[in-house]
Design a protein around this ligand. Structure first.
Ligand code: ATP
Length: 260
């Protein structure tokens, strides 16, 4: 069986600085400033064509970091990453230039994905229609709400028809009607046998759409398996975690975050 995504012992190192001065000094005298920590501490993970895989885990567990690596947006520090097929990442935060209009961003993103000017011209109206941005498409994106950015991001990503669709929390900022439209599109992708990887803080959405779930905890895979059993274990953990006091949660985070 050939896998479309294969990650082996993937690590991602970041540096934490006490302040902006330290960050600047580290540029001049590398290795002298900042505290290193691993947001991913050796992740193994494989996906087959047709899988819809949900990523869960408390804040800071490394979900977005992992998705950005699979999407090729951010490099891994070490380990092996194999991705077979074209990816498209939908995230509220991804790659729009605020000073450009929605239409200019659309064209730029499609060019970066390798489409020709003629292909973009042929897709453009359909993307704008899906986004429901209407005449706002010619406004600078700095005037967009996060929901509007997410709409455009989602519209581009689904209309370019990637082999692997990567969704980072982008469904939580739209209104209910748009979210429904996106979820219908996700179902259509599933029927076509495409691969979807999916970060959501909505356990309901994860259970509804995913056949497998990866539970990340501070950069490590705590569990990876069928949705029902993995979500059961995760929800039990969350119920216990929520009983902790603020101080206990902080201590838990400190213990796991910096422990490689
Ligand atoms: N550019 C960066 N520089 C330094 N640290 C970073 C950077 N990006 C992420 N981190 C840290 O890496 C860890 C993992 O972050 P990440 O955003 O991947 O987590 P997450 O599971 O997606 O969290 P959330 O559920 O809050 O979105 C966090 O501790 C975060 O603060």
């Amino acid at each position: 069986m050939e896998y479309v995504i294969e990650l082996e012992n993937v690590k991602k190192k970041y540096k934490l600085y006490k302040n902006q001065k330290e960050r600047l000094l580290d540029l001049i005298l590398p290795k002298s400033y900042g505290e290193e920590f691993y947001a991913l501490k050796g992740v193994d993970f494989k996906a087959q064509a047709g899988d819809t895989i949900g990523f869960v885990g408390i804040n800071g567990s490394g979900k977005s970091t992992l998705l950005n690596i699979v999407a090729g947006i951010s490099p891994e520090t070490s380990g092996s990453v194999i991705v077979r097929g074209q990816t498209a990442l939908i995230s509220v935060a991804t790659g729009f230039k605020e000073s450009l209009t929605g239409r200019e961003n659309l064209e730029m993103k499609c060019l970066m994905l390798g489409f020709s000017k003629q292909e973009i011209d042929a897709m453009e109206e359909e993307i704008i229609e899906f986004s429901e941005l209407n005449r706002f498409i010619d406004q600078p994106m700095k005037n967009y709400s996060s929901g509007m950015k997410s709409r455009l991001g989602f519209a581009i990503s689904v209309m370019v028809d990637p082999d692997i669709l990567i969704i980072d929390e982008a469904l939580s900022v739209g209104d209910a009607t748009f979210t429904k439209k996106c979820l219908d599109k996700i179902k259509e992708f599933q029927q076509k046998g495409k691969t979807i990887i999916f970060v959501s803080h909505s356990n309901y959405q994860i259970k509804q759409f995913c056949n497998k779930v990866v539970w990340l905890e501070y950069g490590k895979v705590k569990a990876y398996g069928p949705t029902v059993e993995t979500m059961k274990a995760y929800e039990e953990f969350i119920a216990e975690f929520n009983k902790l006091s603020k101080e206990e949660k902080k201590a838990y985070q400190e213990k796991h975050k910096f422990n490689n």
